[in-house]
Ligand binder design. Structure first.
Ligand SMILES: [Mg+2]
Length: 193
């Protein structure tokens, strides 16, 4: 079985950080209006500091997070053909101690929503380049460095800045949704047409 690494935030689930920022600022920013990886970049530095204090004390985005359409359905189908690892970063350099709570929130969300994933195959790490998987799926280009014969970048507003040529140089293929990932990764004998 080939090994498949899948990222969590903005790959499997989405919108949690944006909702936290909107709730805090009482705004209604939409995903497509924000081209930074960090949603809170809409705030000035002082405001951002206050937001981070509030965020790590009061917010668990995984209680209300949305799914990227079809993600769980496709991953469950793929789990019959691939050895699946979920890799997700949790350390926020701006709040090193406080961000430990994210590891627990992410772990709980994964074991509750993806019972077909072996909990021992959950990587809570920012060093995804060290993960030796054959196939990798992530929404962040820098997480697709290192090992991997097939690297898929899930299209998101913050990664639009990478041109097709730049991705090709990095041997990365842009994909637009989970149905496309299913078509690329499922063996043909499984009724994949
Ligand atoms: Mg991500």
């Amino acid at each position: 079985m080939k090994k498949l690494m899948i990222d969590l935030d903005e790959t499997i689930c989405t919108g949690g950080y944006l909702q936290a920022v909107n709730d805090y600022l009482k705004t209604n920013y939409k995903e497509e209006e924000i081209d930074s990886y960090y949603v809170e970049d809409v705030m000035n530095e002082e405001e951002k500091e206050r937001f981070l204090d509030y965020f790590y004390e009061h917010v668990n985005i995984y209680k209300t997070i949305d799914l990227v359409p079809d993600s769980l359905k496709v991953i469950e189908a793929l789990s019959k053909h691939y050895d699946i690892y979920i890799a997700t970063a949790f350390v926020d350099k701006r709040r090193v101690k406080e961000s430990g709570v994210m590891a627990m929130q992410k772990y709980h969300w994964i074991i509750e929503n993806m019972p077909y994933i072996d909990p021992k195959k959950i990587f809570l790490t920012g060093s995804k380049n060290l993960v030796m998987c054959d196939v990798k799926i992530d929404d962040k280009v820098s997480n697709l460095k290192g090992f991997g014969e097939l690297k898929l970048l899930l299209d998101q507003p913050h990664n639009q800045k990478y041109t097709a040529q730049e991705l090709e140089q990095r041997k990365i293929k842009r994909v637009y949704n989970w149905n496309q990932i299913y078509s690329l990764l499922m063996p043909e004998s499984e009724g994949n047409s």
